[in-house]
Design a protein around this ligand. Structure first.
Ligand code: NAD
Length: 484
């Protein structure tokens, strides 16, 4: 098995121990590039959820709960060093599991995950409260305290980065975690559990329950021992998670789907913009929440831009994830491939025209779909209004700035949007009016652990990255002392 050398453990990780699921449940993990089984991992039962949450509670009451921010910072910096040492293992596991080109895993996923933990390691000693001026003769101050046990639930597309973007701030703030990765892609989380342990993260601070889907996720969110829920995934499931957390009165962050609009004005640098447009939707085989999947182009340059984009898309190397030259790999699963195919077929049936792509690619029995550009759709088409989550771009012309903004804001999502223009005043004016949490000007997908990440509308609420995320993983306590 190709994962033998890198992923040693395939069990649950609870209270610092690797252990089989209570009912001995197992789950197969597929290689999306071939459709074959590459690993079998433990599949958690409800009893394991309970055990993991209890272990996380005990860890708060133990050594971990007494550490200073500086001590937590030192441990997290050791995690960072070990992640760097094991970067190739992490990249290989992520590439195999998700089907993403290994070059992408090396360039984006691994450094992105390391960057998250490193950033929060540096913030851990700075969780300061404030002294407040009061009318009465009192001394009043605030303390920022950890929330307690965090349920961290993540999707299949960026398992490592999305685990790290929860582990970093949660542990920096002194919480403990029960992490549930997506059932399709558990491998890098198994490696992370090893790394965290080797770095000296005490037993029970990080617990991992693999396998299981709705039932296990729901039990974790509801568990009375969980104090906060950090969820990344689809809008459909996010709604359920937010409702359950609401019923249980738990703070919850939901980072959900998107269908980002990329606005290209006639004054943009049209040579540079083509590459920006293409990578904004083919990156990670289109399986990323902040993808720029709706291209809006000012009419005078519409034909020129669409032709250039179609040419560039046709030249994108699609191939095996292990091939260093591949830019696009397979989709994560047969179900995801069939979903993309259905959405494109529906787009064509409702009047759209595939300018390029529009079909599967047969290779090794893997789940490949050709990068696709669709023109001619009306704005209410499903492929425009919904999230496709595959390498599919729709293109629409616009005549005025107002129309471009209205089209961009016309869907229920609001995660990312971009403005491609040389006019600085327009860049500020338009970004201010776009309903999205992440805005890019003359670029797309530029991310940094210091810059808050998250959406509005059906793309969710809460922010990962930046000091904002760290605050979400804490609660404020006010202390008032009588000075009379
Ligand atoms: P999904 O919503 O199907 O699953 C996400 C996670 O939720 C998985 O671990 C799953 O097992 C778990 N889950 C399922 N039902 C649950 C329930 N009832 N209670 C608790 N947990 C439950 O998402 P997916 O298909 O794995 O990932 C794709 C989606 O994730 C896309 O919509 C994408 O846009 C979104 N996403 C968003 C961001 C962001 O930061 N905004 C980042 C990456 C992916």
């Amino acid at each position: 098995m190709a994962t033998e050398s890198t992923v040693q453990h395939r069990e649950l990780f609870i209270g610092g121990q690797w252990r089989a699921a209570a009912d001995n449940g197992r789950m197969d993990v597929e290689d999306p590039a071939t459709g074959t089984v590459i690993a079998s991992v433990a599949s958690a039962s409800l009893g394991d959820v309970d055990a993991a949450v209890n272990a996380a509670r005990e860890a708060i009451a133990g050594e971990w709960g007494k550490l200073s921010g500086r001590e937590r910072s030192r441990i997290l910096l050791r995690v960072v060093d070990l992640m760097r040492e094991r970067s190739e293992d992490l990249a290989q596991a992520e590439s195999l599991d998700v089907g993403k080109p290994v070059s992408l895993a090396r360039a984006i996923d691994v450094p992105g995950a390391i960057g998250q933990i490193e950033y929060y390691a540096t913030l851990a000693p700075h969780l300061d409260g404030a002294v407040r001026d009061t009318e009465a003769p009192t001394f009043a101050y605030t303390r920022r305290e950890p929330r307690g046990v965090v349920a961290a639930i993540s999707p299949f597309n960026f398992p490592l980065i999305l685990a790290a973007s929860k582990i970093g701030p949660a542990l920096a703030a002194g919480n403990t975690i029960v992490h549930k990765p997506a059932p399709q892609t558990p491998l890098s989380a198994l490696l992370l559990a090893e790394i965290l342990t080797d770095a000296g993260v005490p037993a029970g601070v990080f617990n991992l329950i693999t396998g299981g889907g709705p039932e296990i996720g729901d039990a974790l969110v509801r568990h009375p021992g969980v104090n906060m829920v950090a969820f990344t995934g689809s809008t459909t499931v996010g709604r359920i998670v937010a409702a359950t957390a609401g019923e249980c009165l738990k703070p919850v962050m939901v980072e959900l789907g998107g269908n980002g609009a990329n606005l290209v004005f006639a004054d943009a640098d049209l040579d540079k913009v083509v590459q920006t447009i293409v990578s904004a939707f083919v990156y990670n085989t289109g399986q990323f929440c902040m993808a720029g999947t709706r291209l809006l182009v000012e009419r005078p340059v519409y034909d020129r831009v669409v032709d250039a984009v179609a040419g560039a898309v046709a030249a994108v190397p699609v191939g095996r994830p292990s091939d260093p030259g591949s830019v696009v790999g397979p989709l994560v699963s047969r179900a995801q491939l069939e979903r993309v195919e259905r959405m494109v077929d529906d787009a064509i049936a409702s009047g759209g025209r595939a300018v390029v792509g529009g079909s599967r690619i047969e290779l090794d029995g893997g789940y490949y779909y050709a990068p696709t550009v669709i023109a001619g759709l009306s704005n209410d088409a499903l492929a425009i209004q919904e999230e496709v989550f595959g390498p599919v771009l729709t293109v629409q012309p616009f005549d005025t700035e107002e129309e471009a903004i209205a089209l961009a804001n016309s869907t229920a999502y609001g995660l990312a949007a971009g403005v491609q223009t040389r006019d600085i005043a327009r860049a500020h004016r338009v970004t201010a009016q776009l309903e999205a949490g992440l805005l890019w000007v003359n670029t797309w997908s530029a991310l940094d652990p210091a810059v808050p990440f998250g959406g509005v509308k059906n793309s969710g609420w809460g922010r990962e990255s930046g000091p904002e995320a760290l605050e979400s993983y804490t609660r404020v306590k006010s202390v008032t002392i009588d000075l009379s």
